[in-house]
Design a protein around this ligand. Sequence first.
Ligand code: CMP
Length: 137
Amino acid sequence: MAVTADRLRAIPLFSTLSETELEATAGHFTERDVAPGACLTVEGASGYCFFVIEHGTAEVEQDGKVVNTLGDGDFFGEMAIVSGERRSATVRAVSPLDLLVLFGTEFRLLERDLPSVAEKIVETMRRRAGAPSPQAG
Ligand code: CMP
């Protein structure tokens, strides 16, 4: 199934985009469905993809401990791409996950062309980097 502008509009990160922007952005995404237990990022490994959870729940683990839970509309995988560093956490599916995926090169286009989206991502990233205990998103 193609990733459409309508599907992206339901994601808070993209909710302020115009129809034209949504359509252009949707064209860069691929979709991926994974089973419970799958690891999408591995703490300490290299990583080149950015993920948006369309449906489902995932846990974020650092040093073997769950530090947060992500659900519908949340995104992850931004830190390694933005910072160029290794994955800061392991993200594991705890339910079946419907994911929208961007490769690093497309993520860079999004950062360049959609400053409002880039700003939201950086804001969330900063909050996560400074968050020692569980918190939303
Ligand atoms: P990245 O480091 O690329 O890969 C692991 C991802 O887990 C990271 O990007 C963030 O998207 C996410 N992440 C890391 N720490 C937290 C946190 N405290 N809360 C929510 N998500 C996090």
